[in-house]
Design a binder for this molecule. Structure first.
Ligand SMILES: [Zn+2]
Length: 512
C-alpha cells in the first residue's frame, strides 16, 4: 500500500454442473516468459475455482468457491477478511478512521454449504467477528489433494478502504475466502489490522467465472484480454472466464460505462490504465507512462515480469494505492491532480508486483521487507525517469528516515509486527522511510548496478515463494563477504550505537 499523511491531504498515505475441472490452462496463463536467470515457477500447490454473480444495485456478490490443495494438518483455515467490516466489529479510533473514513456502512461475508471432498461439514467460524473459517480435514487424507467447496454471499461494505464502491465502480480487494498460511511457526491467522497490509498468502492458480449485469466491465488479476466472454440476449448480461496463474490473490474492479482504458505493450505484457471520462487526459497519459516504464525498469533490474497483463485502475478510497497481483487500485483524485505524487504512487504499486507479488513475505511481521524494497525501487525508478521531479519524493523519504531515529527510545523499530505500531505516522516513518532509505544508502555507496545484482539473487531465490528478513540479511553477508548484521541492526533495529559498524560494513564492501 502507499500512504503519506503530509503530501496527500487526507490519509495518504455455484460451481455449475459442468464446470470443467480438467480444463487445461493452456495459453491463458502468464506462466511462460522467463528470461535470463528467472526461474520456472514451481507448480502452484493450490487451485481456486469460483463462480460469482455481481449484483451492482445491492452491492452483493454471491458465488461458489472450490479450493483444491494438499492438506498440511487435520484442518485448514480460510481468511474471511470482509467480516472485519461487520456491524459488530470495533472499528473505532483514528487509525481505522484513516483507513475507512468516517462515513461507513458495514458489510461481510456469510458462508454456507461447506463440503470436504464432497462430504458436508459444519460451518465453523473463528476469529473476532468471524474473520476466519475453520474447516476440518480427514487426517487419513494428509499429503494428498483435498477439495473444499463452499457457497458465499458477500455484502460489500461502504468505506474508504480496499473493499468498497462508489457510484461508478466496485473494487474488491481481499474479498474471496483465501487459505491461511501455515509456516515453520504454525498457522498464521492474523486479523485484519488498521495499520499496514496485514496479508500473507501462497501462490495459487485461480479460475473465475464472473457474471456481470449489462453496462459493466471489469479489470482483474486474471487476463481479461484473452477471457472468454459470453453475452445473454436480450438481458446483455456478460460472463467472463478468467484465469490467473501463480498469483497470491485475486482482486477485481467492476466499472460502469464511464470508464475507459489506455493500453500499451511492454514486451509481452499488456499494460492497461483504467480511467474515467472527465479525467485530465495529460495526467492519465502520464500515469500510464509511469506504469509502463516502471514495469520495464523493474523487469530489467530485478527479473522479467512473467504475467501477460497489468491493470492500473482508478478506484475510490483514500488509500493512495493498493497492490494486488497483476492489478493495482489507485485512489481517484490522483487522476486529476497535477503533482508528482500520483506518479510515485503508481511506480510504488508497480514495484509491489515484484516485492509482495512474485516474492512473497509475511506482511504482518516483516512489512519492511516488501515495503522497503518497493519504496527503494520506486525512488530508483523515479530518479532515472526525471531526477529533478524525483527530488521531492526522495527528500520526503530521507526526512522520514531521520525522524524515525526518535523511535529508538520507545523501542519501536522497522522490524516489528504491524499491530505494534501505534499509528500510521510511525509505520510510515519506519517501514517506508527507514527501510526504503536503508536501501537507498547502499545504492548511493555501491552504485545501483552492484546493489541490484545482489537483489537479483534475492529475487531469483524467492520468486513464487516466501522470503524472510533473516535470509535477506544472509544474502547480503554472503554477497559482501562480511557479516551484514550491524548494518541491518542499525537501520531496521534502530540500534543507533551501531552506526559506525554499519558504516564500516558499507565502506569495507565498497572497497573490496
Ligand atoms: Zn506499499
Amino acid at each position: 500500500m502507499w500512504r503519506n499523511r503530509w503530501v496527500l491531504s487526507v490519509v495518504v498515505g455455484v460451481v455449475l454442473a459442468g464446470f470443467l475441472w480438467e480444463k487445461p490452462w493452456t495459453s491463458l496463463a502468464g506462466a511462460g516468459d522467463y528470461s535470463g536467470k528467472s526461474q520456472e515457477p514451481p507448480p502452484a500447490q493450490v487451485t481456486y475455482r469460483a463462480d460469482v454473480w455481481m449484483d451492482m444495485k445491492e452491492r452483493v456478490v454471491t458465488g461458489t468457491l472450490a479450493v483444491r490443495f494438499a492438506p498440511q494438518d487435520d484442518k485448514a483455515f480460510f481468511h474471511l477478511y470482509p467480516n472485519a467490516f461487520q456491524s459488530t466489529a470495533d472499528l473505532s479510533g483514528v487509525n481505522w478512521e484513516q483507513v475507512l473514513g468516517k462515513q461507513r456502512e458495514p458489510g461481510g461475508i456469510t458462508i454456507t454449504d461447506v463440503r470436504v471432498d464432497g462430504q458436508a461439514v459444519d460451518v465453523v467460524y473463528a476469529g473476532k467477528t468471524n474473520t476466519l473459517l475453520r474447516v476440518p480435514l480427514p487426517v487419513s487424507k494428509q499429503l494428498r489433494q483435498t477439495e473444499v467447496e463452499m457457497s458465499f454471499r458477500l455484502q460489500v461494505p461502504y468505506n474508504n478502504g480496499r473493499l468498497s464502491f462508489n457510484d461508478h465502480a466496485m473494487w474488491l480487494g481481499n474479498w474471496l475466502p483465501i487459505l491461511s498460511v501455515k509456516d515453520a511457526d504454525g498457522w498464521r491467522l492474523d486479523p485484519y489490522s488498521s495499520i499496514g497490509d496485514p496479508f500473507y498468502s501462497s501462490m495459487a492458480n485461480y479460475h473465475l467465472r464472473v457474471h456481470l449485469p449489462a453496462g459493466f466491465q471489469l479489470a482483474t488479476s486474471g487476463i481479461e484480454s484473452v477471457a472468454v466472454v459470453t453475452e445473454t440476449r436480450p438481458e446483455r448480461r456478460s460472463t467472463y472466464e478468467l484465469d490467473a496463474w501463480n498469483v497470491r490473490d485475486f482482486a477485481m474492479v467492476i466499472m460502469d460505462d464511464t470508464y475507459r482504458q489506455t493500453s500499451s505493450k511492454v514486451g509481452d505484457t499488456t499494460v492497461n490504465t483504467w480511467w474515467q471520462l472527465g479525467d485530465d487526459p495529460a495526467i492519465v497519459e502520464r500515469l500510464h507512462q509511469v506504469a509502463s516504464k516502471s514495469l520495464a525498469y523493474y523487469s530489467e533490474q530485478f527479473s522479467a515480469y512473467p504475467y501477460k497483463e497489468y491493470d492500473v485502475v482508478k478506484t475510490g478510497g483514500f488509500f493512495g494505492g493498493m497492490e494486488y497481483p497483476c492489478i493495482v487500485f489507485i485512489q481517484d483524485d490522483l487522476f486529476n491532480r497535477n503533482a508528482p505524487m500520483g506518479e510515485a504512487v503508481v511506480a510504488h504499486e508497480t514495484a509491489h508486483q515484484w516485492f509482495y507479488g512474485l516474492i512473497g513475505n509475511d506482511e504482518v511481521r516483516e512489512a519492511w521487507l516488501d515495503e522497503g524494497l518497493t519504496d527503494y525501487a520506486t525512488m530508483a525508478f523515479l530518479e532515472q525517469l526525471d531526477a529533478d521531479r524525483a527530488k521531492g519524493y526522495i527528500h520526503l523519504r530521507l526526512s522520514q528516515s531521520r525522524a524515525a531515529e526518535a523511535y529508538a527510545t520507545r523501542g519501536l523499530t522497522a522490524w516489528h509486527s504491524v499491530e505494534q505500531y501505534p499509528d500510521w505516522k510511525s509505520y510510515n516513518d519506519l517501514v517506508y522511510g527507514r527501510a526504503g532509505v536503508m536501501w537507498w544508502t547502499l545504492k548511493e555507496a555501491w552504485g545501483a548496478e552492484r546493489l541490484h545484482q545482489i537483489l537479483r539473487n534475492y529475487v531469483t531465490e524467492h520468486q513464487y515463494r516466501q522470503a524472510s528478513g533473516k535470509r535477506l540479511v544472509e544474502i547480503f553477508s554472503d554477497a559482501s563477504g562480511a557479516d551484514a548484521t550491524p548494518f541491518f541492526d542499525y537501520w531496521l533495529g534502530l540500534k543507533l550505537d551501531k552506526a559506525t559498524l554499519a558504516e564500516e560494513w558499507v565502506k569495507r564492501v565498497k572497497h573490496e
